[in-house]
Design a protein around this ligand. Sequence first.
Ligand code: GPK
Length: 797
Amino acid sequence: MAGKAPTSSQDFRHALLQHLTYTMGKDPEHAQFFDWRMALSHAVRDRIVDHWVASTRKTYEQDGKRVYYLSMEFLIGRLLEDGIVNLGLAEEAKEALDSFGQDYRTILMDEPDAALGNGGLGRLAACFLDSLSTIGCPAYGYGIRYENGLFKQSFVDGRQVEAAETWLQEPHPWEFERPEVRFTLGFGGDVISENGKTIWKPSELIQAEAFDTPIVGWQGRWANTLRLWAGRAVDPFDLGLFNSGDFAAASEHEALARSISRVLYPEDSNEAGKELRLKQEYFFSAASIRDILRRFDSKHDDIRLLPTKVAIQSNDTHPAIAGPELLRILHDERGLSFEEAFDITHHCMNYTNHTLLPEALERWDERLFGRLLPRHLQIIDRIDDAHYKAHPHRTLSARSDGQVKMGELSFMVSNRVNGVSALHTDLMKKTVFKELNALHPERIVNETNGVTPRRWLHSCNPKLSSLITETIGDEWVADLEQLKKLEPAIEEAGWLERFTQVKTDNKAALCDYVSKAHGINLNPEAMFDIQIKRMHEYKRQHLNILETIAHWLEIKDNPSADWVPRVKLFAGKAAQGYYFAKDIIRLINDFAKVANADVDTRDVLQVVFLPNYNVTLAERLIPAADLSEQISTAGKEASGTGNMKFALNGALTIGTLDGANVEIREQVGADNFFLFGMLADEVMQRRMMHDHAQQAINADPRLARALDALRSGRFSPEDPGRYTHIADNLTWSDYFLVCSDFTDYWRAQREVDQVYTEPQKWAKMAALNVARSGWFSSDRTIRGYMCDIWEAKSLIP
Ligand code: GPK
């Protein structure tokens, strides 16, 4: 493929200086970090653009099927390092910066995270973008250009405090504004009939404007586009009002329009239930559908060919309205019969389900829905009717009980519906989509999640990456299954020592960071035990802290015994209104304060909750982990992807048989995984027992003692009743079965301690985790989607 010839560091130095001078207007003498970062970003971007233009050209020439990934979230993190790593520019960039006396890492870390997502679902979308480009599948990501990404988290007296995130405050070098790509969209109004045609006359109009970010794959062989929509007013400014002195009202339209792309709803596995959220969903789905049709129309006259050129993936139900919108355009505006419009829509649309939690399945009040999208409500009824006609015995529908059910709607409209791990897909068939699956047994497929090895090993763990490359060559970066070739090397003299040294170095680097950023000195000799993810009761951070409290009490009984030193690290954000989760954060912080000050225990137990978990912090923590905590109540974690990142970086997992843990354990071997806890069906059985928690508490004095410690107020002496409600919740309701799994979790933790005292054994288990994690590459996942769902092909020869 065409593109700039490989650059020498001289060329690169020149490019950097050019951009510093002509893009930033600065003299090296006076340039700040920011200027250097921008100059570097532009120099890298120029090289990305060469590949991007070539890929786009080729896509148009070949007119292959394009994949459209619609997602409310893209948790892409920092892009500069990604671009540099994928283009293999690290040496040149470093040398060029060195020659100006600038530190490469400092400049990379100066970039704010693009936090346009909450957690796993958004990060998965970002890994998929990387894999789509690496594989060379022509694809577009479509989402919203939130002005404020996921909130910033800090702690005040141990409590989570949220502040607005402002990633766009500084100029963002990666995007290209496309003022010419604008679509006018409507809300509300009436549906009328004119000459036998149905016409929707919206009462409110808004524009969507495109911003494009190029996403370059490994070695620059391909680059796709992430297109994010921003809200704009149709008539941004009312001069009359302004001249009459009402300055605020003069810009009101603009303010209202902008509010639609203003914030990312800070919810995770929870329905936001806000009108603005529904507007956001329609806004970006409808703009994307128009863009897709415009691109198709530029080459084709026959709309019936649409499914041969277009595969749309709805990332969860947030973009589900894209289906009815496409159907509406084909039927109302283009005059196809409803049946034909439905058929075409159905063959273009697919849907990924990411959760079985009932409270997370999107449902909208039909009055709200009908007020904003009156025509779509009618279309949903017709979809229901058509489905009913085909299956007269079916009992469920997309609209019932006064609600529009986005899961059912997505299922009915889609050609394929997929779960994100084998267990999750299986449970989907047995629970939420039981009836629909019986009617359409071919529709549900499984695509177990994956993570991009470029970011989550090669780039975040350069030392392990080098060791692997020295051992087996560098093809693993784009073909992760090659990690299997490490297995024989693990047996060779000296290899495990080098592997262990990498972990030791990574831990030292993390200690250095934590000390500089937070003034906390971690014990680098201790086992680093890490739980990082969104705060949720089903993820059971409280099981972890309860076991830690029990362990601490035991250490205090006998401080001079031979304890295995541990550093317990936590990070994660709680949804703003999720008070129980916020109290778990506070409990961990309060307990940490007591434990870390305790002279009896602090040498063998440290507890730290790091604030503001984001992609960048994950990139620091995961390479330094010894133990990965994946302890959700079985049946609740759809897949998990953090679990894969840890295993890939040589951490051992302590986990339940939930989500992709099941497949991780299969891949790495049961001997190299610390399993505990009930299975998904045992969970369902156990929950039927009315006194499951009390029984567990009565049977385990350690658990009883830890709960008593919570109730005693010793972790919050100034407010002794602070954690009574957590203890009560666990004792009297305990929906997520913390108590019932506690004893087995304790047992597994002691097994962890035992193995950690045998460094050789631990290192071998950890190395086998790396060697056998190749299957968890998102390249494998994307190939699965391409083959089973999209019928799309790579355009890289
Ligand atoms: C699932 F339903 C949701 C949601 O709203 N947000 C989110 O991040 C996660 N998810 C699951 O909880 C994870 O198990 C899964 O790995 C991830 O989506 C990606 O599939």
